[in-house]
Design a binder for this molecule. Sequence first.
Ligand code: NAD
Ligand code: TYD
Length: 352
Amino acid sequence: MKTYLVTGGAGFIGSNFILYMLGKYDDISIINVDKLTYAGNLENLKSVEQNPRYRFVQADICDKDAISAIFAENEIDYVVNFAAESHVDRSIRDPEIFVKTNVLGTVNLLNCAKVAWETGDDCYRDGVKYLQVSTDEVYGSLGKEGYFMETTPLDPHSPYSASKASADLFVKAYADTYRFPVNITRCSNNYGPYQFPEKLIPLIMNNTLQHKELPVYGDGMQIRDWLYVEDHCKAIDMVIRDGVAGEVYNVGGHNERTNLFIVKTIIAYIKEHVDSEVGEHMIRHVTDRKGHDRRYGIDPQKIKDALGWYPETPFEIGIQKTLKWYLDNADWIKNVTSGDYQKYYEKMYSGK
Ligand code: NAD
Ligand code: TYD
């Protein structure tokens, strides 16, 4: 029985990962540590709440006492660090919390794991591993040609990506200095169930259904490389199990789309299946994001060759599954868009 310490497991990708792993394996247990910020939602994990192999602990990854206590009380085999402030627009308005959680929180986790796993000088219990869930945004922005490879120099532009790149460097420093067993995964943009509607796909879906304007930053021709969240979960599972310690793995499915294409796809689906009154007239080009990265594109060859990973869900299927999930879970979206979300939305979009 392997025990995973999953941080940020009440967020979008973390909760998908917990559901994926508990569904796939009978011989693992998961402790989910989450601070429950605006982005954390235990509703996502209702179906496993009573599972004896799952436990939730509310804690901040920056809290040394709380995190050390979890290591002291449990024999943790793997740490999977999803916990982060994850939204670029919020990082532009308020960078400090990104440094606290994403950088200092990561260092605290690394340190607590190191202390708990050390068996001698730079020696650790057999089979343990720390996996840092990073992002392709640490590589910066591409021109029309080329892809991000694991060897691409880090060149983050936003406070969010700068904080993720800093965290990656600390993870690397732990591997280089203490021979600490780590992996870093750098994935492209995810989409799927339980994504908070501050991100492009759920925001546009929700606004379309609500007959609200659809804010497209600048010309809408920026490109993101979209991956269905379950394919990311599968990659993380494979890297924990078979990734070579110290290695970085890029994760992406060669699925580059412009933002305008994404928005028009969502409108077309909703128009056909739900509400014939919606249309492209709802699109509103608004002031561009500061420092907006133009194009992301991942070269996933390393994880394909080394671990046999491949993306299983084509975009056309994944986007339909996602749209259907949001339609079938209207209460979820209603709950997360009540209260503070309205304030966020007005502050964010009123000036655009
Ligand atoms: P999210 O914002 O949906 O979830 C983040 C979770 O972390 C929330 O549950 C939140 O409560 C928790 N959290 C925040 N601060 C915390 C703290 N100090 N201590 C404990 N918990 C805390 O984010 P997401 O989209 O699920 O992303 C998860 C991870 O994957 C992040 O590290 C992000 O950088 C990375 N990533 C995301 C994407 C994407 O497209 N969303 C792509 C590649 C990598
Ligand atoms: P987002 O989902 O925030 O992910 P990231 O910035 O981490 O890639 O945004 C995806 C793309 O969509 C990005 O180019 C910004 C753009 N975007 C809009 O045009 N309008 C919006 O309202 C949002 C939230 C994003």
